[in-house]
Structure formats: C-alpha cells, structure tokens
Design a protein around this ligand. Structure first.
Ligand code: NAI
Ligand code: MG
Length: 357
C-alpha cells in the first residue's frame, strides 16, 4: 500500500542534471499538493565536482544513509575532466549493485505531440517497454589481460549468467506483461553465435513461459531484433534482454520514439528491499550545460515512473497527461523539440497544468 510521506534521496550530479532535477522536484511538489503526497528531498552533491575535491565520487559508505529511503532521484553523472569509467563505476554502478536494482526499465512510447524519426508512425504504433538485466551478464569484472604491450597481448572478458539472475529478470518481464493489454513478451537472444550463455538464457525463457500460459511470447536474435525495432515497432509490448543486449535496445528504443531529452528510465529492486533509482536516459550534456535550455521532460517522466513504482499510479498518470498537454503547445517546447522555451519555463508549464487539474 502506498504511503503519503516519501523520503527521496536526490542526486542532481553534473551538467544539466543540476538544471533538470529541480524541474522534476517542482513537478513532484505540484502533483503532491493535488494528490496529498508529502516529499522529503535529501540532496547530496555527489558528482565529478565532488570527485575533483575529494578524489572519489561519493563518501565511503555514502549509500548507507539512503538504505531506508523510498527512492533515489538522479539527474546525470559525468564531466569531461573525469574519465567516464571513473564516474560510472564510482557512483552509478555502486548504487545499482548495492541496492540490487537488477531490472533496468525503459518505456518506449511516442508521446502525443512528438514526432518519431520513423516515417508515418503515431503514438498508437510505439508503446512498449525494454526490460534490461542490470547487475550481471556481459558487464562483469571477471577476466583479465596478459602480456600487455607485446605481440602476445591478450584480453579475456567473461560473462556471468546465473539461473537466479536470469530467472528474476525474466519473471519481472512476464509480470509486467500481465499488467498490459497486449500481454506479450519478446526475448532478445543470440544463441546461434554465443553458444553457452545464450542457449542457457533461451532455456530459462522457455521454462518461465510455461508458468505464464496467458502471455504470448516471441524471441529474436539481437541483430534482426534491432532491425524490427525500426521497421516494426508496433510488434512489441515487453522486450527482455541481458545486460548488453538490453543496453543496446534501451537506447535504440527511445531513439525511435523521439528526442533523447524526453526518455526516462528506472533501476528497480522489485522486492523493495532497497530503494529503486529513477533517472533520465540522457547524460550531463556538457555542450548545453549552464544555458538553461535543456529539456526537463526526461527527468519529469522519470519522476512519474517513481510515483508509479511507489504506488501512486493516479499521480503518475497526471504527470504524463500534463507532459502531453505541454508538448502539444509549441511555445512550451524546448529547443531540441523545435521550440524556444527554457528548462524552467517547460517545467513550470507542466507543474501549472497539474495544479490546474
Ligand atoms: P548526453 O546524453 O549528455 O548528450 C548527447 C546529446 O544530446 C548532446 O548533444 C546533448 O546536448 C543532447 N541532450 C542530452 N540531454 C538533453 C536534454 N535534456 N535536452 C536537450 N538536449 C539534450 O550524452 P554524452 O554527450 O555522450 O555524455 C555526456 C556525459 O554524460 C558523459 O560524461 C557521459 O558519461 C555522461 N552520461 C551519463 C549518463 C547517466 O548519468 N546515466 C548517461 C549518458 C551519459
Ligand atoms: Mg546505454
């Protein structure tokens, strides 16, 4: 059951993260007033700036203070003077792994008022979810390098697929499909080329399918699946993939649904043992940071996913409806969507539609 007092760990991070997170908070406050939800935002300055001062992205044991929070609301992390693997492995990956956020969820939905780069596609054609395994698979630290700098140099990178890890993300995908009208799950595989882990993934998919006779299933090799995302986005409802395949699909999906500036994502611990984390798909955008022109909608849509995850579906729906209303008005769109509005103007417009509702 949903509680009406929510403790949110807030990490604006770097670049435009610091510009769009306040707009997400503004919209949450507005929807909170309407639906009687009180937010406590506990903000920290963990970022590449923090790294430059302290030599690390966050304090040691920094995450301990957030274990009891309801969710983490994050902007973007990364800045040119700090190598990307340092910022990623120093902040985002520790949060995902320490809080066992083993599902990465991205809606791929063409919002009313936006246009797809695909010709002749409307909102009714593009409405699905990508479910990515988020803590194991191809992104492992197992492996190594030998004979560096010599002609015998070699690198080995191992993939780790556990029955527990595969089953739980597949189960999440099937459960999600049950909540949707089309009730369909598609598995991304490559069992023709990757001959140990991917046949294993297929076996677990077949076993899981037997538990869900009400769900229609299909599976495609990752290469042709990418082509189908472009040519037949209307075929998909819930698409589940390993960490690497899910990573690729979860950038391709939002790309067919419009601007990077509007795409949201969730890193979910489905059992609720730890907080889940909600963040836009985009990064810190150093090229436009500090100008007040970033699109806040990816952050605001992430706030809607957070509300839905915490049991406030009505509030989440109100945020998405307000986003669609505002996008329909060219005067409220930011530059990446062909308008002239600034970050705050767009956020204010969405908040005031919610307050008026
Ligand atoms: P990016 O997403 O920051 O920017 C790519 C392009 O999209 C840029 O031209 C940018 O101006 C534009 N863009 C992004 N978000 C926008 C928004 N809200 N409104 C309007 N335009 C927007 O990706 P990039 O440039 O590859 O990475 C920049 C930094 O961000 C790097 O340090 C990278 O590691 C980090 N990054 C962090 C992520 C995260 O925190 N989860 C995700 C992706 C990148
Ligand atoms: Mg990616």
């Amino acid at each position: 059951s949903a509680t009406n007092r929510l403790k949110i760990a807030t990490i604006p991070g770097d670049g435009i993260g610091r510009e769009v997170v306040p707009e997400g908070m503004r919209v949450l406050e507005a929807v909170g007033r309407r639906f009687d939800i009180a937010f406590q935002f506990d903000e920290v300055d963990w970022s590449c700036d923090y790294y430059k001062k302290h030599g690390r992205m966050m304090p040691e044991n920094g995450l301990d203070q957030f274990r009891q929070h309801d969710a983490v609301f994050l902007g973007a992390v990364g800045w040119p003077e700090v190598p990307d693997h340092v910022s990623l492995w120093g902040l985002l990956i520790p949060i995902r792994r320490d809080f066992n956020q083993y599902v990465n969820l991205r809606p791929v939905r063409l919002l009313k008022g936006t246009t797809s780069p695909l010709a002749n596609r409307g909102p009714e054609d593009i409405d699905f979810y990508v479910v990515r395994e988020n803590v194991e698979g191809e992104y492992s630290e197992a492996g190594g390098r030998l004979y560096r700098g010599t002609e015998n140099e070699l690198a080995i990178q191992e993939s780790i697929f556990t029955r527990r890890g595969v089953d739980r993300v597949l189960r999440y995908a099937f459960e999600l499909a049950r909540t949707r009208p089309r009730k369909q799950v598609t598995s991304a595989t490559k069992s023709n080329g990757i001959i140990h882990t991917m046949p294993f993934w297929d076996e677990r998919f077949a076993a899981m399918k037997a538990d869900y006779p009400d769900i229609a299933t299909s599976q495609y090799h990752i290469d042709i699946l990418c082509a189908h995302f472009v040519q037949h986005p209307d075929w998909f409802d819930v698409v589940v993939g390993s960490n690497l395949f899910g990573d690729i699909l979860s950038d391709l999906g939002p790309a067919v649904a419009g601007s990077i500036g509007i795409a949201p994502s969730a890193n979910i611990n489905p059992e609720g043992d730890f907080p889940s984390m909600f963040e836009p798909v985009h990064g810190s955008a150093p090229d436009i940071a500090g100008k007040g022109i970033a699109n806040p909608i990816g952050q605001i849509w992430s706030a809607a996913m957070m509300l839905e995850h915490l049991g406030h579906k009505d509030a989440a729906d109100a945020v998405i409806a307000a986003m669609e209303t505002v996008i329909a008005d060219p005067a409220s769109r930011t530059r990446d969507m062909g308008g002239k509005a600034g970050t705050a103007e767009c956020g204010e417009a969405i908040a005031s539609v919610i307050s008026a509702g």
